[in-house]
Design a protein around this ligand. Structure first.
Ligand code: HEC
Length: 134
């Protein structure tokens, strides 16, 4: 391979790499579609009446039977809806005839309203606790 053909190969690689990066950035920038508006009060009631709380906990903290936490910071609405309709593991599925999308929107509004817990420095009893050796 002479110098100029090596240069062409290098250029081709650089071009391919930058194209890939551009594509990656483009897909990272497409935000998931916004969740439909829902009513968090009705959503909390639905979360209880459909039995989500039995496995996910009343504030969606997770743990029972290995069910993960759903809040704070719920996964995108489309992903949540998709999982409810077609779960991949232990969770029972909820068909649209059982759990209409409107109720899922309300449940999503409830999950989105659950605040994150405090960090240790924000809790008075823990604020002096340090993990650093003295
Ligand atoms: C019988 C227990 C049970 C009930 C009831 C239940 N889930 Fe689950 N759920 C699970 C478990 C266990 C998982 C973990 C994955 C699996 O095994 O399916 C899960 C996973 C999920 C996930 C995926 C979470 C993620 O981060 O990928 C969502 C979303 C979810 N559940 C929502 C709900 C909603 C909303 C309800 C009520 C309509 C509900 N679940 C009712 C047990 C349950």
């Amino acid at each position: 391979m002479n110098l100029s053909s090596r240069r062409i190969v290098t250029l081709a690689f650089a071009l391919a790499a930058s194209t890939l990066l551009t594509l990656q950035n483009a897909s990272a920038q497409t935000n998931p579609p916004a969740a439909p508006a829902g009513d968090q009060t009705r959503g909390k009631a639905a979360f209880m009446s459909y039995g989500c709380y039995e496995c996910h906990g009343t504030v969606a903290q997770g743990n029972y039977f290995g069910a993960p936490h759903l809040a704070p910071h719920p996964i995108p609405f489309a992903a949540l809806l998709g999982y409810i309709r077609k779960p991949a593991g232990q969770m029972p599925s909820y068909a649209a005839s059982i759990l209409p999308e409107k109720d899922v929107s309300d449940i999503y509004a409830y999950l989105s309203s659950i605040p994150a817990g405090k960090t240790a420095p924000e809790i008075p009893m823990l604020s002096g606790v340090t993990t650093k050796p003295k």
